[in-house]
Design a protein around this ligand. Structure first.
Ligand code: 5GP
Length: 186
């Protein structure tokens, strides 16, 4: 069954951030990014798969500055919870070199901070002209590793969120809003 059909048949998680709120915030983030990189040749947006794919698609279409899109994938949350909580594995690298490029890492959510810290180390070692981060959601209560969040959409409490690209066991990614998934719905 296609995912969109399976989402429709599942009970809807309660709304934490509505479609309208997301749309408005993505537009203002794009304006902030446009202003921050005004006059630069080209920005490279690197989306962290899978969770950022919808956010990145909406953000990129709002930007007016020249940019190209890349993707990178790292090990999933579940893998890490079981063993070494702070170890992140690279599953898929970007296609092109980023040396001397202005790079903006686009993440769905920063929880403990380990993923973003790992990605900043990895990409920072490749001599980009600049490296900043854009994160839709941040759970400050869960921070274990502090990473600069240059562009941030929303700060949220320590709850499990789904929708707008974020999943629970690959479900709920195509919900148009960000919902809070209570334990009884997992
Ligand atoms: P961190 O390395 O900051 O602990 O975790 C970042 C990753 O954990 C995110 O990219 C995401 O895959 C996952 N994650 C953390 N919290 C949530 C959440 O509430 N919902 C979902 N769907 N994923 C989350």
């Amino acid at each position: 069954m296609p995912e969109s059909a399976s989402v429709r048949s599942m009970p809807a998680p309660p709304t934490l951030i509505s479609e309208d709120e997301i749309r408005a915030r993505v537009a203002s983030l794009a304006a902030e990014i446009d202003a921050a990189y005004a006059g630069k040749d080209q920005l490279v947006l690197i989306g962290v798969l899978k969770g950022s794919f919808i956010f990145l698609a909406d953000l990129a279409r709002r930007l007016t500055i020249p940019h190209r899109v890349e993707f990178i994938a790292v090990s999933s949350y579940g893998d890490r919870e079981s063993e070494h909580a702070d170890s992140v594995r690279l599953l898929m690298d970007v296609r092109h070199a980023i040396d001397s490029e202005h790079v903006l890492l686009v993440e769905d959510i920063v929880d403990t901070g380990h993923t973003l810290a790992y990605l900043k180390r990895l990409l920072g070692a490749r001599s980009p002209a600049s490296l900043r981060t854009c994160t839709l959601l941040h759970k400050p209560d869960r921070t274990e590793q502090v990473v600069d969040l240059d562009f941030l959409g929303f700060t949220i409490p320590d709850v499990w969120v789904v929708g707008y690209g974020l999943d629970y066991a690959e479900r709920y990614r195509t919900l148009p809003y960000i919902g809070e998934l209570p334990p009884e719905m997992r």
